[in-house]
Design a protein around this ligand. Structure first.
Ligand code: COA
Length: 549
């Protein structure tokens, strides 16, 4: 009896381990890898450029003032040899004549005295650290992540406030500049600590950043805080005053009380901030059955030979999962049903998770399976990882009649109402309502990253071109006219060009539709960090609305 049990157990363990079918020496694998290496080369070159920040002249000027650069400040602030998960490095990429690398602000999650924290650092080498639309979006997104995951925030302030020529894009609307300070009040009310270090300018509305923080530090002869700078004061009242006299470190630590700690330089200020972290209460994470992690049975760089470049080619997502999850073990759920969606349980860095991955177009059955699986994870309190590579939902008479809209709605509903953390990685295509069902940005995933090969748009360029040509043909037909081939070619070419440009991962990341573009080989490590961070949240009890049956 015992022997039989062991045999069954061994057999089950074997079934649960994904056996890769990829031939590493096949031409197909090698060609894909070669193509992917080109994509990666471009990715790393662009990343490096974005991380340089502002112009050489601005950087030199900054250094001559004995100031550390934004990323150097972060490097000194976080624990030695600990990882820093930088978010949205490609914000504003390809916009504003590329004058705003990373949108002039660096955000990300790092460890300060062993404590996870959200860090938001202005890059004063980029137009004086001023805020354009994407800077604000990035700052607000960082606060949103901090709020959901109860992360203390550190603001490294060095900014001239709003980028004045863009005022109509940044000033008055709901999620514009003012939202930053609104969020500070809300974070504070939730008991989430916020510390500011004023390391440079902190002008106008920006003055509220330290003023609304729990504790603030200011650097002598370097940090200034004022609601109106010297030129404005002169214009308004005729008073002539230096910046230091108006709002320097001495004034704010001994007279106004806007700041609590005086630092001699950047490093000293960082040291004070780290010591404040020692006084913060320990976070309480929700309990999850973490065990010791094991490496996948396949190396992560093999993903380059498999990752989808030509999105028309099918990809078995289990080949990707095998290279990301612990021991390549995957306890698949409903493996024989709704097979265009792969669902199952696994561990990443020892954390138990549910995984949902696309394996083709979504049909009614796959949508129902997805909804069922989300419910399982929700009730078992397991984070859900979505691997998006989705062309959309199936179209056609048969599918409409069997109620694909109704069934797709169940999946979308389950994803929208799930209270467990959702983490989305767009590994290939992200098209149409498939983006929604697979926890796209509108579905509030805790984090959403894209691989550099990934593409995102309402539909593929070719389909969009076909739709628009048909619409035009129908319009003309109603007037008794026809469209000629040249006109068709023109419509198609312009739409294809537009979709080609707007569908790229860089276009998306530039506009903060995601939290960043990542190297596929880093996916496991990044997921591990994101899961750990997401355990700080307070989970609501599962609650759903009306499912259309
Ligand atoms: N809007 C638009 N551009 C601004 C700006 C603002 N608020 N503040 C600075 N800039 C631009 C400058 O024009 C300059 O652009 P350039 O590189 O194309 O010439 C660049 O940012 C750097 O400014 P500069 O003054 O040369 O750098 P600095 O390090 O000596 O000073 C500031 C930086 C931010 C302290 C200083 O520029 C300043 O006080 N700006 C005005 C701040 C203000 O009143 N803001 C109110 C907004 S609500």
């Amino acid at each position: 009896m015992l022997i039989i049990n062991i045999l069954i157990l061994n057999n089950r363990t074997k079934v649960d381990t994904i056996e890769s079918k990829i031939q590493l020496n096949s031409q197909e694998f090698l060609n894909n890898k070669k193509e992917f290496e080109k994509i990666l080369k471009n990715y790393y070159e662009s990343l490096e450029k974005a991380k340089l920040g502002g112009s050489k002249v601005a950087t030199e000027k900054h250094k001559l003032r004995n100031k550390l650069l934004a990323r150097e400040r972060i490097d000194k602030l976080v624990d030695k040899n600990s990882p820093f998960l930088e978010l949205s490095t490609f914000a504003a990429y390809g916009q504003y004549a590329d004058q705003f690398p990373s949108a002039g602000i660096v955000t990300g999650i790092g460890l300060i005295n062993g404590r996870e924290a959200m860090i938001v650092a202005n890059d004063a080498t980029v137009k004086g650290g001023t805020y354009i639309k994407e800077t604000i979006k990035k700052h607000i997104r960082a606060q949103e992540i901090a709020m959901e995951n109860r992360l203390p925030c550190v603001y490294l302030v060095d900014s001239g406030g709003v980028f004045l020529p863009e005022q109509a894009e940044v000033f008055p609307d709901r999620f514009d500049f003012g939202r930053i300070f609104y969020n500070q009040a809300k974070l504070s009310a939730e008991g989430i600590a916020q510390i500011s270090i004023v390391m440079g300018s902190c002008t106008a509305g920006g003055a509220y950043i330290p003023a609304m923080s729990d504790e603030s530090i200011i650097v002598r002869n370097q940090g200034t805080i004022f609601i109106g700078g010297p030129p404005l004061v002169k214009a308004a009242t005729g008073e002539e005053i230096t910046a230091e006299e108006l709002g320097g470190a001495d004034v704010h630590t001994s007279i106004s009380g806007v700041c609590d700690h005086l630092a001699e330089n950047d490093l000293h200020a960082i040291e004070i901030c780290r010591s404040i972290f020692e006084t913060l209460p320990k976070p309480i994470k929700f309990s999850i059955d973490r065990i010791e992690s094991e490496q996948p049975n396949y190396t992560s760089d093999e993903i380059y030979g498999i990752a989808p470049i030509d999105l028309r080619k099918p990809l078995d997502p289990k080949e990707i999962i095998a290279r990301i999850v612990d021991g390549s073990k995957f306890h698949e759920f409903k493996s024989r049903y709704g097979t265009t969606l792969v669902t199952g349980f696994a561990r990443i860095m020892g954390y138990p998770v549910g995984i949902i991955a696309n394996n083709g177009v979504l049909f009614s059955e796959s949508a129902l399976k997805g909804a069922h699986f989300v419910e399982l994870c929700n009730f078992r309190k397991l984070p859900i990882i979505f691997f998006q590579n989705i062309a959309g939902f199936m179209v056609g008479k048969q599918y409409e009649r069997e109620g694909i809209a109704r069934n797709g709605a169940k999946f979308v509903h389950a994803v929208a109402t799930a209270s467990v953390p959702k983490i989305t990685i767009i590994i290939g295509g992200s098209f149409g309502a498939g983006n929604y069902a697979m926890a796209g940005r509108a579905y509030d995933p805790a984090f959403l990253f894209m691989w550099p090969n990934a593409r995102i748009s309402v539909m593929g360029g070719e389909q969009a071109a076909n739709v628009l040509v048909t619409v035009k043909q129908d319009q003309l037909k109603a007037d008794g006219k026809t469209i000629n081939n040249d006109e068709i070619d023109n419509i198609e070419a312009s739409i294809l060009r537009k979709y080609e440009e707007e569908g790229s991962a860089y276009f998306s990341s530039s506009r903060l539709w995601d939290d960043g573009i990542i190297d596929p080989a880093d996916t496991r490590k990044i997921l591990g960090m994101c899961i750990e961070v997401s355990l700080n949240r307070i989970l609501n009890e599962p609650k759903t609305g009306v499912y259309r049956m």
